[in-house]
Design a protein around this ligand. Sequence first.
Ligand code: TYM
Length: 326
Amino acid sequence: MARIITGLKPTGEITLGNYIGAIKQMIEYQDKYDSFIFVADLHALTIYQDPILLRKRIKSFIAMYIACGIDPNKNTIYIQSENPYIPAISYLLECHTNFGDAQRMIQFKEKSRQNANFSVGLLTYPILMASDILYCDANFVPVGIDQKQHVELARNIAIKFNNRYDSTFTVPDVLIKENGTKIKDLKDPTKKMSKSEENPQGVISLFDDLGDIENKIKKATTDSDNKVFFDEENKPGISNLMNILSVIDNISIKDIEIMFQDKGYKEFKEYVASKVCEHIKEIQKKYKEIINSDTLDAILDKGRDLSIALAKDKYQKMCTKIGTIR
Ligand code: TYM
């Protein structure tokens, strides 16, 4: 059975963008693939994290994955930092990655521009991500479009290593959904909805109060055209809400256009708000049951043990090929 893997970094609350771009895809694939999902806590450390908040968030991410519908019986669920072989493999991969290739990553360029005091971890971050993907020979990586370039780097590193030492890694492919590749900020629909965005009005978190979610959608930035049809270039706000509705309600963009052809933005936004709230209400209900249950530790122990066994094996194979094992 082919394997898929994805991870989310706990730098803020899980957003509707994360849910649509990564988690929902994983749920759709979990019957078809051997599925791995983890909390990418090491990835969060490229900027300072409050230790108490980080610890709390790691656990809440795991509970949220399950509340969203990630089935612990069908997925290997773990915390990245509990597997010491992942950073060890990452270092070996760093030595097989050109500095220029790491420097070319769009996220690195953007984030290093925003903060001149960036850490070395910001540069090596995509190589750690390659380690996450390659250690377990994942075939596919479901992500949002912002992570596509990082998965391509993982591919290139795998190919380079395989060519130098003969076949060591499965070469992974990215899996991206048509409508949910990039959910935009509700206030500024030209940019991505992001956990670390400072204005919370543009971002829907899965933990948000339902009344707040309703208001955020009703106040989402749109144009003055008052006609509901899909045109990402000229109507980014409306097209974004259409993408959200399409994924949340499992309805095609065409059907949304037909449904609202004689209606204006007010009705459309009210409908989107009601569907999103209905969906998140269920998730929040399940989250409350899970976060207080004592099953999480057993799930995480099992995930950690399998992940370590696979990574240890891969690390030793790499060391043998590289020549560091006596
Ligand atoms: P992160 O935590 O930024 O985002 C987690 C996932 O959510 C997707 N995503 C979105 N999708 C659609 N619209 C949006 N507005 C949106 N915002 C985020 C991201 O594309 C991602 O799939 N480096 C990764 C975490 C990671 C990882 C990995 C992923 C570490 N190792 C290995 C896959 C495989 C990250 O920072 O994602």
